[in-house]
Ligand binder design. Sequence first.
Ligand code: TMP
Length: 213
Amino acid sequence: MSGLFLTFEGIDGAGKSTHIEALAAAFRAAGRTVTLTREPGGTPLAEKLRTLALNDPMDALTEALVMFAARRDHLLQVIEPALARGDAVLCDRFTDATFAYQGGGRGFDLAVLSQLERWVQSVPALPAPGLRQPDLTVWFDLDPSVAAQRLAGARVPDKFESQPQEFFARVSGGYAARMQADPKRFLRVDAEQSRQQVWHDVQAGVRARGLLP
Ligand code: TMP
């Protein structure tokens, strides 16, 4: 079996976690070994960088570099070996989040992010240009005002969760732009629907692409 790389995106409060778990169970039931992981994080070093990125104030370039540094370690230590083994890799956030949060949310230079993307995701296992990209990205698209209601009082917000609604409107715009640039890679799910309907759309979309029998 060849490896499969799926990523999951959306603004904070979009409700992706339960669906990632459910999809992992569906892949296991179909006989696949699943590597379930997240960004920033997924390795001891990247988890340390996550704590810094989510809590310490820093300028937008530093934040982007920390995200990509964590990603490089995660890609080399976890994602690439898992794909080489033939696992289904389910990753909660990846580079689209950097384009959405640091690019859209913070307004950071997208050309610099694209350069970092090319450096960080170049892996020797792939034929030239050797850029690792997800096979499918599920985008849980939710109106920022609905996300804010869902998040209200849920837990102590981190640096990103405490951003105003306008920030998340720009993050959503960042995701929309990434989808427009590479529509075949994306599955957009309307996350305002009931949890049951969202799950229906997620697994139907993954099956329709022939990724899950
Ligand atoms: P999580 O709470 O969904 O695990 O995501 C961690 C936070 O980090 C979330 O608010 C989004 C943010 N983030 C970025 O700003 N840039 C990135 O590249 C990634 C992966 C996450």
